[in-house]
Design a binder for this molecule. Structure first.
Ligand SMILES: [Zn+2]
Length: 165
């Protein structure tokens, strides 16, 4: 076999991996983040876009995937345990990890958030839903709880509409 023959065979074998655009049905490279034909977004590539989407969390739809940043959300301050610098230890009450959006609750600045189902490895997801608080920061004296919105990242949006910049 000549060198050129060998090359041809290799080329045939190694066809670029492709995927079909669910909106316009054109075949595109498997790793592209959006479809050039119709602008369909397969996944969100940039942190900037994720932040923007996170800010517009009210626009999230059922099935969208978010990641809740560890250490965000509401917390108590411990009465007995202190940090090395003497400040009270923070006891986090927030969620963390990946969630599939179930619905959006929007009933005022202190009762709004994302109802989601926690996602585990290998696509397993929780049977129960969790309430991910996204409202304003405030201190609840009766509960001695510092309410604070979770910080989230939008991992995946099923519909391709991106919010206006
Ligand atoms: Zn397309």
């Amino acid at each position: 076999m000549t060198y050129s023959n060998e090359k041809t065979i290799k080329k045939k074998k190694r066809k670029a991996p492709q995927k079909e655009c669910p909106e316009c049905k054109s075949m595109v490279h498997a790793r592209v983040s959006f479809c050039r034909e119709c602008n369909h977004t397969f996944y969100i590539k940039k942190d900037v876009e994720q932040d923007l989407l996170a800010k517009n969390w009210r626009d999230l739809k059922a099935g969208d995937i978010i990641k809740v940043i560890t250490g965000s959300g509401s917390y108590f301050l411990s009465k007995h345990n202190k940090n090395p610098d003497g400040s009270p230890l923070r006891i986090g009450m927030g969620h963390k990890g990946k969630f599939e959006v179930v619905e959006i609750v929007d009933q005022g600045s202190r009762s709004c958030g994302i109802v989601g189902r926690q996602l585990y490895t290998r696509g397993r997801r929780a049977n129960v839903t969790e309430y991910i608080y996204m409202g304003e920061k405030y201190y609840n004296e009766d509960m001695i709880m510092h309410n604070e919105p979770h910080r989230i990242k939008v991992i995946k949006k099923l519909n391709r509409e991106l919010p206006d910049a």
